[in-house]
Design a protein around this ligand. Structure first.
Ligand code: SAH
Length: 258
């Protein structure tokens, strides 16, 4: 079977280094039996995952050529190697109990993938992903930092995030223009926020969209008349997750009484 041609539009950069591939698959902890690999490409991770008796592995790739290649390479696993778009797949058709995600993600859609993970957090227990280094830093940075932003808050609300290791450009074919990093997300214990999730997301979004302003100005349109809080004098990066939740609860409470 000939090799898969790397397609830029699909964010394809194939990992060549077996040691790094092993390091990534070893970072996936056996906390769930079911595993979904996003974007297996030519199967550099899949190969290690399929032989691990701790896991029952599924994979989905949007590239038909890649799927044909993998079906030829791993004929006994054809039914588990799916052709499709992760962003559009109906996750609950495949999984009814918690599962883990793994993948060297297509960097151009990594944020969208994380939003899907958040939406499906009742099922996604763990995710080990290689992404652009800058995005990995942004996601894992604690509050108070310049790079703390919307995705950091949304993900950290529901996941514990570990920055595991950095990966250089040269181990890929073709090499990407940016450095990469591997992170691990583990579902935390937070369930109900005690306030509307929609309001919570809007506070975070509006706040960071105008991050130099105080929250009093950036989230003005979300505040009930007469509402005040010490948080309104702060800028969004000064709030940690419990602070955002508390602000959201205060706003909701005032909205109900006013
Ligand atoms: N895991 C492989 C390939 C990484 S490149 C390796 O490490 O070498 C990213 C892979 O994601 C490509 O195979 C690409 O076809 C696939 N991909 C891109 N967009 C996708 C999507 N929306 N859904 C599923 N797979 C996608």
């Amino acid at each position: 079977m000939s090799l898969v041609r790397a397609k830029k539009s699909l964010g394809q950069h194939f990992l060549k280094d077996q040691n790094i591939a092993r390091k990534i698959t070893d970072s996936l902890l056996p906390v769930t039996r079911d595993v979904l690999e996003i974007g297996p490409g030519m199967g550099v991770l899949t190969r290690h995952l399929l032989v691990n008796p701790a896991f029952s592995v599924w994979a989905i790739d949007i590239d038909r050529e890649s799927i044909e290649y993998l079906h030829a390479e791993f004929p006994e696993y054809q039914k588990r190697i799916l052709y499709g778009d992760f962003l559009k797949m109906n996750i609950t058709d495949l999984f009814h109990t918690p599962f883990s995600i793994v993948g060297n993600l297509p960097y151009n859609i990594s944020s969208q993938i994380f939003f899907r993970i958040i939406e499906n957090r009742a099922l996604v227990q763990q995710a080990v992903c290689m992404i652009q280094k800058e995005v990995a830093e942004r996601i894992s940075t604690p509050f108070g930092n310049k790079t703390y932003g919307i995705l950091s808050v949304f993900l950290q609300t529901f996941y514990d995030i570990e920055y595991l290791f950095t990966v250089g450009e040269k181990v890929f074919d073709p090499p990407p223009k940016v450095k990469s990093a591997v992170i691990r997300l583990t579902r935390n214990k937070r369930e109900d926020l005690g306030c509307s999730e929609k309001l919570f997301f809007n506070i975070v979004k509006n706040g960071f969209n105008q991050r130099r302003k105080t929250l009093r100005n950036s989230i003005r349109s979300l505040l009930p008349p007469g509402f005040d809080s010490d948080y309104l004098n702060m800028r969004p990066e000064q709030l940690n997750i419990p602070d955002f939740i508390q602000l959201c609860q205060e706003i909701e409470k005032e909205g109900k009484t006013s």
